[in-house]
Write a protein that binds this ligand. Structure first.
Ligand code: SF4
Ligand code: SF4
Length: 97
């Protein structure tokens, strides 16, 4: 059954940083953005932002360059999978200790 033509009011919700708690402690791999290949960072234009769009925790900013809030990033790697420029690498968290 489709929803087109449905005149009932429905509620919608959007994810926000921290909705799942401080999930940064779950992380085994950390996404790192290479600003020399990231499209908006490289070209200085508000374009792409697939990482921002697909991050399930909404922890990537839609800015030049995009930034990641590691307090809440759980390291799922979706951003790295979706980046069309291959600008996000998943790096072992132990590298940063
Ligand atoms: S998806 Fe990749 S190229 Fe696009 S904004 Fe994010 S890091 Fe940059
Ligand atoms: S790995 Fe990427 S997609 Fe996953 S939570 Fe962290 S920033 Fe978001």
């Amino acid at each position: 059954m489709g929803t087109r033509g449905c005149n009932q009011i429905a509620s919608l919700s959007e994810p926000g940083p921290g909705d799942g708690g401080r999930t940064g402690s779950w992380r085994v791999l950390r996404p790192v953005i290479d600003t020399s290949t990231c499209i908006p960072a490289k070209k200085g234009i508000m374009a792409c932002f697939f990482c921002w769009l697909y991050c399930p925790d909404a922890v990537i900013t839609r800015t030049i360059p995009p930034t990641i809030d590691y307090e809440y990033c759980k390291g799922c790697g979706i951003c790295a999978e979706e980046c069309p420029a291959g600008a996000i690498k998943m790096v072992k968290e132990s590298t940063f200790v």
